[in-house]
Design a protein around this ligand. Structure first.
Ligand SMILES: Nc1ncnc2c1ncn2[C@@H]1O[C@H](COP(=O)(O)OP(=O)(O)OP(=O)(O)O)[C@@H](O)[C@H]1O
Ligand SMILES: [Mg+2]
Length: 453
């Protein structure tokens, strides 16, 4: 970390020199200015951390300088020097964003103390800002990639649903971004400042799950040495995210249904009925309709939950998101691991784009993070690809992929698509027409036209 840079502005060269000496001895870097113009110039071309300024300058007001400087950098630390302890102007300066003021002649120790405090304050504000930035990115959608029409539609729904308290069921295969959608609903809702409790319902025994959901009283079961507040209780006035909801045993589903209906429940082993105000978001990567038919999901709970369902499709069904995700994840990982990786070489990119990503966004993200962490050059190459992608793509490429050179006409493309689909379906025209989504007569005509026998 570079030493903080302090800009000293005073029309009295003696004062400037004295301040410079004090600051320099304390280890700060300094910039000096004798009037407002010099000060503006210095602020424009340097990353100043602290601004030490005389309020009364012959060429203009120090106050204006402060206002201008704080517009460029809202976290700039400012300390004001006043000639005759004019409190009124000092108050104005504080209003314009100055951290503190000192009256001349300045006591060096007092100055250093104030400078240190002002800089500490600046650091805290900067930290907070970057933390907030990162949180926002994770939660508000700044970090969400939604380029495909499907994802755009989903995030429109998220915006609408966020304004309500409706229970939402998020479904979709593993790793598609279900939790991300839940987070976005919570963060865009007016419960965003309330508690946000997440509970994974899989891998918990029935007893444990109930105690996690509804809490328990002391002595409710062996080992219950003190009262425990469950997820519903802790999520009061906020949002509860129940992940893997289809893993909940049927007996517990009944109790869950009751809470959904009237927001009332009892802690395990307790008599007292608790009333809460909780917004529920549930997720599952199973198909709930199928689970219901198989008898694993209670019909009444299913119908209650499915009213508002968001299905997040696998990445293979929304190819538009793939390229932006690749570039975002690569640059994020490069920054996180401090690697000089700036992109992906075309052949490797081709393989990444043709792979079908059975583990969806999570697999894509993990894969790219791993590749970036181990990369040798500044571009990811085929060499950097994990073997399963290299092999898999090699295995599917010759038979089920069509490569179309740029420069082909639509007719050439159509001919190739028909030829390959026919081959793949062993010449079966009915099947080929069905796959291509065209009529059998159209297919016959095209086969003749393109002389495909
Ligand atoms: N559209 C997106 N834009 C940016 N990042 C995304 C997107 N979708 C998912 N991710 C990221 O991919 C990872 C997996 O997402 P998430 O955990 O939400 O998936 P999931 O559907 O809940 O997975 P699982 O079924 O395994 O629980 C997370 O790191 C998430 O931030
Ligand atoms: Mg999840």
């Amino acid at each position: 970390m570079a030493k903080p840079l302090v800009l000293i502005v005073d029309d009295d060269p003696e004062v400037v020199k004295a301040l410079e000496r004090v600051m320099g001895r304390a280890g700060y870097r300094t910039l000096l200015a004798g009037d407002t113009d010099e000060a503006r110039e210095a602020l424009a071309v340097n990353e100043v951390d602290l601004f030490l300024v005389d309020l009364v300058l012959p060429s203009g007001s120090g106050l204006e300088l402060i206002t201008g400087a704080r517009m460029r950098d809202a976290n700039l630390a400012v300390i004001v020097l006043t000639g005759h302890g004019s409190v009124q102007s000092a108050v104005e300066a504080m209003r314009a964003g100055a951290y503190d003021y000192l009256t001349k002649p300045v006591n060096p120790e007092e100055l250093l103390l104030q400078v240190e405090r002002a800089l500490e304050n600046r650091r805290m504000r900067l930290d907070l800002e970057s933390l907030r930035g990162r949180l926002d990115e994770r939660l508000t959608g700044e970090g969400v990639i939604a380029v495909s029409p499907q994802m755009k539609r989903i995030f429109e729904m998220v915006d609408q649903l966020a304004k309500t308290d409706i229970t939402v069921l998020v479904t979709g295969p593993s790793g598609v971004g279900k939790e991300l959608v839940a987070d976005a609903i919570q963060h865009r809702s007016n419960r965003r400042d309330g508690p946000y409790i997440k509970l994974h319902c899989a891998a918990l025994s029935e007893g444990l799950l109930e105690s996690e959901l509804f809490g328990h009283e002391r002595g409710a079961f062996t080992g219950a040495i003190r009262r425990h507040a469950g997820a519903f209780e802790r999520a009061h006035d906020g949002t509860l995210f129940l992940d893997e909801i289809s893993e909940i045993p049927r007996a517990t589903q009944v109790k869950l249904l009751r809470v959904l209906q009237d927001q009332r429940f009892e802690r395990v082993g307790g008599e007292e009925t608790l009333q809460v105000d909780v917004r529920l978001i549930a997720a599952t990567n199973a198909d709930p309709a199928e689970q219901m038919r198989a008898g694993r999901f209670r019909e009444d709970l299913y119908y209650r939950l499915k009213k508002v369902q968001i299905y997040v499709p696998p990445i293979a069904e929304r190819p538009e998101d793939l390229l932006p995700m690749i570039s975002r994840f690569v640059s994020d990982a490069a920054r996180a691991y401090d690697r000089p990786v700036t992109g992906v070489e075309p052949t490797a990119l081709d393989l990444l784009l043709t792979y079908d990503w059975p583990g969806n966004v999570r697999e894509l993200k993990n894969t790219l993070e791993g590749m970036v962490a181990l990369a040798k050059g500044d571009e990811l190459t085929v060499e950097d690809l994990p073997p399963e992608i290299k092999d898999r793509v090699a295995a599917i490429n010759p038979t089920s992929m069509i490569r179309v050179p740029v420069g082909w006409t639509m007719e050439q493309v159509e001919r190739e698509v028909i030829r390959r689909t026919l081959a793949k379906n062993a010449g079966n025209r009915t099947q080929t027409a069905k796959v291509l989504g065209i009529g059998l007569r159209t297919l016959h005509r095209k086969i003749n036209e393109y002389e495909l026998k």
